[in-house]
Design a protein around this ligand. Sequence first.
Ligand code: ASP
Length: 653
Amino acid sequence: MFSCWLSRLYWALSKPTGRTKPLIWGSLSRSLVLSSQRRIPELSSFVARTNTCGELRSSHLGQEVTLCGWIQYRRQNIFLVLRDFNGLVQVVIPQDESAASVKKILCEAPVESVVQVSGIVISRPPGQENPKMPTGEIEIKVKTAKLLNSCKKLPFEIKDFLKKTEALRLQYRYLDLRSSQMQYNLRLRSQMVMKMREYLCNLHGFVDVETPTLFKRTPGGAKEFVIPSREPGKFYSLPQSPQQFKQLLMVGGLDRYFQVARCYRDEGSRPDRQPEFTQIDIEMSFVDQTGIQSLIEGLVQYSWPNDKDPVVVPFPSMTFAEALAGYGTDKPDTRFGMKIVDISDVFRNTEVRFLQDALSKPQGTVKAICIPEGAKYLKRKDIESIRKSAADRFKQEVLPVFLKASRNWNSPVGKLIMEEQGLQLIRLLEVQEEDVVLLTAGEREKACSLLGKLRLECADLLEAGGVVLRDPALFSFLWVVDFPLFLPKEENPKELESAHHPFTAPHPSDVHLLYTEPQKVRSQHYDLVLNGSEIGGGSIRIHDAELQRYILATILKEDVKLLSHLLQALDCGAPPHGGIALGLDRLMCLITGAPSIRDVIAFPKSFRGHDLMSNAPDSIPPEELKPYHIQVSWPTDPEAEKSSLNHPCHPES
Ligand code: ASP
């Protein structure tokens, strides 16, 4: 319930500022330091209450207080529990004739009506204290009460234990926001952003600059939302990030920029994405990769809630190639092992046909993961479904191998492997008696990526069986570095696209390869990963116009005219620079342990990108479209269109 989460929140974020480096202007620096040292916020200034409901304790006994809050519930018309963002407090409804009007107001107002009460803080009679309530030792003896507004409609009660569908929560978001969880998430978010601002601006001299949201189409990257303009055939685009602006700010000499930036990407339905989301966007001049990494480690450490285990810096680092080989992904969850092991050498002389076939091809490998106690926790149907999904979704064969040959039920290949290559497998994968090995063969990247997915699926299965693999209190940060500068395009692998974005600089030792084997060039791109989710990414940028033009035009085959402003700017004495952006929603989601990023955003869109409360996006009458010179071309089969927007396994939310 509301317990003492607010005090936990304030405590969580109230560590001293630590280093306070003076800024250039003495007086500015003094006032900033002073304001950042104000630690205990005044929660009842300027308003019609003296205290918050949740703050009252025995230390307030005898005080005359005025509270404003919502009626949580009423018992026998004698007690009323009042709630505000800070907690619950019990109010005693007066029973004597002289207070009949107060009694009437408090007994007749429906639950969730908003009232103002004034009275005295008294002790609860002995034996009636409620140790489960932080305010459980006291109650309010009411003198006056005012109904501020009555709650006439209540689609669901504001009780944490009541389960509601997400669609209903989103439709009545303003009510859902009253829940203690949403209050906690949004207040923690606000406080962490405050600490980040403090760290960046007050301790390190960053400048908070707002950049436009009405922009133009940019090459590469995600799909952009388009905004019609009144000029025929001309459109703005919503920026997928302030990337170009922040680089232009460097050219403009604002050499330490940051912004809590809204970004827009029209990426369709993806479970952990939102069409609009927030980044902590950063750019610096005269910096290298380690400079950015240290800045971010300090930022995370400084803004980290105190009620969580402290963050240890520096964060470990892994190359892209190591991540792919060991975890089958560029965002490894390093909270648990089960790493992918190359066992090709064990099978050089195998009799097993599909392994032989795989190894005879270029890039052919045999790879495996060992699931600890898999024989105990994975049921036969789990293994069958793993094999089926590998075959259906990835066109790959997966073979389960148990240590005891007798366990390799209906799998003559598994038995054969255990008999012939068993000892080597046991040694390489450190197999224990109850473990199961999942083995696959094929082209290196495909095999790793499949095992990377199976590693996570098996972790879910083990945890469903009660094994604690990923400690919820553990936050495992990781830098992934040395990405390739380009990757083959999915739809046409002969062409290249940027692995990060086209402004990323090549690794200094690989620049010569740009002109001969661009696919081999490593980049100065770094990603920050937390518990297997990418929470940030950035790069050192190209500041040489010629190199930027070559990459855009010759390698990426982009229309350089679209970026002529940036190319010109680079030619005007652009300093070397680099930056990063942290995905604030995802970071908050991981810190709060929320099931979805929607739970850390006040007014999120549904899974399909709809605002279920206001019904956006909405249609516009044709006459209102006229000034924009656009017309709707209605799909011939609206049902097919609808189902192409729908995701099979997700309802609206
Ligand atoms: N703008 C980049 C992004 O949104 C981040 C960066 O390179 O700084 O991914």
